[in-house]
Design a protein around this ligand. Sequence first.
Ligand SMILES: CC(C)(COP(=O)(O)OP(=O)(O)OC[C@H]1O[C@@H](n2cnc3c(N)ncnc32)[C@H](O)[C@@H]1OP(=O)(O)O)[C@@H](O)C(=O)NCCC(=O)NCCS
Length: 160
Amino acid sequence: MSLRVAQLADVAAIVALVNGYAADSVMLPITSDRVVLAIEDFVVAVDARGRMRGCGALKEYSPSLAEVASLAVQRDAHGSGLGKRIVAELEALARMRGIEELFALTMTAGFFQSAGYAIAERTRYPEKIRRDCSSCARRFGCAEVCVARVLRTSTMDCAA
Ligand SMILES: CC(C)(COP(=O)(O)OP(=O)(O)OC[C@H]1O[C@@H](n2cnc3c(N)ncnc32)[C@H](O)[C@@H]1OP(=O)(O)O)[C@@H](O)C(=O)NCCC(=O)NCCS
C-alpha cells in the first residue's frame, strides 16, 4: 500500500468513496468539482493493483490552521491501520506547509484519539462554524465531536 498526493485520475474514486459514506449520513457529500479544485490537498492510499483504498484531505482555514476532512477507508480495509496512516500523511503535508494545528469534526472521535488527537471545543474554530456548520442541515442536532492536535511546539517551548 502506498500513500501519495492525489492526482486528477483519482477524483472519481475519491467522490465514490466519500459519497458512499455520505449516503449513510456518516460523512458530508462531496462533488467532483470541489475535489478537482482542491486536488493537491488530498492524499490517497493505493494498493499494489492500483486501487484507491482510502483518502483524506487538508482543508485550510488560515496559514496555521487546517481541518482533516474527507477521511475515508474502503469498508473491507477497516481496522488495518490505513486510516491512521492517512492521518499521519496529512500531518506530514501540513507540517511541510507550516500548518501548526489540525482539527476535525467527527463521529469517530475514538479513532482520532488513538491517532493522538484530543477532544476540543468547536467554538475554538469559528471559521469552520461560519464556513460549513451555519449552513448544515444537521446544525441543530449535530452528533459530531470536535478533536484537535497541535503539530508543533513553539520556539519558546523549545528554548525552555
Ligand atoms: C474512521 C476510519 C477512517 C478509520 O479507518 P481505519 O483504517 O479503519 O482505522 P485504523 O485501522 O487506522 O484504526 C486506528 C485506530 O483507531 C481505532 N478505530 C478505528 N475506527 C474506530 C471507530 N469508528 N471508533 C473508535 N475507534 C476506532 C482502531 O481500533 C485503532 O486503534 P489502535 O490504534 O488502538 O489499534 C474508517 O473507519 C472509515 O472510513 N469510516 C467511515 C468514514 C468516516 O467515519 N470518516 C471519518 C470522518 S471525520
